[in-house]
Design a protein around this ligand. Structure first.
Ligand SMILES: [Zn+2]
Length: 430
């Protein structure tokens, strides 16, 4: 046979095989293939993971692939990030809340600085895979280079202490959003889940200053974890749109940590975005499990609440024991369908331009059918099943967040320009 005939025959048989494979696909498989294709082609941004907590764990290496069901496996590492096709991810430098006194502030600042150093070191160690991004333009640049963009968020404004100049320090170190508080009230504001009484009835006097300076620096203000009164105080004060980097909807599951419909609407009116998280306990009322509860109660009695442990060794011990409890008495988990119920609700209330995804992997996120970052395309699949158009899915997965990021970043320049004396064409040069 002549060479071109051989090539033609080979080409035809490949096409026949492909056609046969496609025709054997079930409608479900076909949709999954389409979802994966769409997922790979758009900008996927996750606005909140707590993976930096693993960076200091002994023997844990972000460059190696781990499994979520193995002890210490975690939910995200670079091989799984690549599998997930995630283009940009905010690594949270999370600081648990301690005493709001000079010694407490100093300790928190040292920890935050160390976490930021560890995050930036990931890019130094793996330059072929990731880069630290500081701007929306950097994220786009990374996409072109087929590298994942790592961005930095400071989860809890505790390390700022009462020194407003530290905002500029963190901005220079690459921090692009600050979550004003965590699970307890701090020197900036009240939290949605503090077990005690509100301390400030919203923002503190220092908190108002924090909002104004963040506006001037072009930093994103993150309202996840804050109390309702803090939320509204910030919205009244800020000149730029704000984000909730990992928050769900109270209208679907009533929890103080979730946003009410009124809050969703207010956030949208200000041009902001709510990034829905994958924490089962914020997505639905989980089934009671007395044995698990008893084991967790004993664990907390020994170590305190996980998020309040400031000692690294104790945190390590807590995690090992927590993972053991998880294997012994598995948690009742929400599903991707439950998650998309929250997305649906937020879209209905706030509009399609104001919703995104901030998983909270390695900070408590886990769904029965989305255990780690590598399974995130299943969210795209569920959105497609519910009839979301590609353009809407694109907005949810990153475009909405990027719009807010751009607007906030550009604000200082815009203000500066407006403050400059305008050229008067009638004025003659001296
Ligand atoms: Zn959080």
């Amino acid at each position: 046979m002549k060479p071109f005939l051989i090539r033609l025959a080979a080409g035809l048989s490949t096409a026949t095989l492909l056609l046969a494979a496609c025709s054997r696909e079930t409608p479900e498989q076909r949709l999954e293939r389409k979802a994966r294709k769409l997922h790979a082609s758009i900008l996927n941004l996750d606005s909140h993971v707590d993976t930096p907590l693993n960076l200091s764990r002994k023997g844990w290496k972000i460059g190696e692939r781990h499994d979520w069901d193995q002890p210490g496996g975690g939910r995200l590492d670079l091989p799984r990030l690549e599998e997930a096709g995630l283009d940009a991810v905010f690594f949270a430098a999370f600081i648990s809340q301690g005493r709001t006194d000079p010694a407490g502030f100093r300790g928190a600042r040292l920890k935050a600085d160390e976490l930021i150093r560890l995050i930036r070191f990931v890019a130094i160690e793996h330059p072929e895979k990731v880069r630290i991004a500081f701007t929306p333009q950097d994220v786009e640049e990374c996409m072109k280079m087929k590298k994942a963009a790592i961005l930095i968020g400071l989860e809890n404004g505790y390390p700022l202490g009462e020194d407003i100049s530290l905002l500029s320090h963190y901005h220079q170190r690459g921090v692009r959003y600050v979550t004003l508080c965590h699970t307890e009230n701090n020197q900036i504001c009240d939290s949605s889940t503090d077990p005690g009484k509100p301390r400030w009835q919203g923002l503190s006097p220092f908190g108002y200053q924090v909002v104004q300076v963040m506006n001037r620096l072009g930093m994103l203000i993150d309202l996840s974890h804050v109390s309702d009164s803090t939320f509204y105080d910030v919205l009244k004060t800020t000149r730029t749109p704000v984000i909730a980097s990992h928050s769900c909807c109270r209208g679907v599951y009533d929890h103080p940590r979730n946003l009410s419909d009124d809050m969703l609407l207010a956030l949208a009116r200000k041009g902001g975005v709510v990034q829905i998280n994958l924490c089962s306990f914020y997505l639905k009322e989980t089934a009671e499990n007395p044995e698990r509860e008893a084991a967790l109660k004993a664990l907390r009695a020994r170590y305190g609440r996980y998020m309040s442990i400031t000692d690294d060794l104790k945190r390590e011990q807590y995690l090992t024991r927590y993972e053991k409890i998880n294997r012994q008495f598995p948690e009742d988990l929400a599903s991707v369908e439950d998650l998309v119920n929250h997305i649906d609700h937020a879209v209905r209330v706030a509009g399609i331009d104001h919703v995104g995804i901030g998983s909270d992997f390695d900070g408590g996120a886990e769904l029965s059918d989305c255990r780690d970052v590598s399974q995130m395309h299943r969210i795209t699949l569920e959105l497609m099943k519910r009839g979301y158009k590609n353009s809407a899915i694109r907005k949810i997965w990153g475009d909405n967040f990027m719009r807010v990021f751009r607007e906030v970043q550009d604000y200082p320049q815009k203000v500066q320009k407006a403050a400059l004396p305008q050229d008067d064409p009638k004025r003659k040069n001296p």
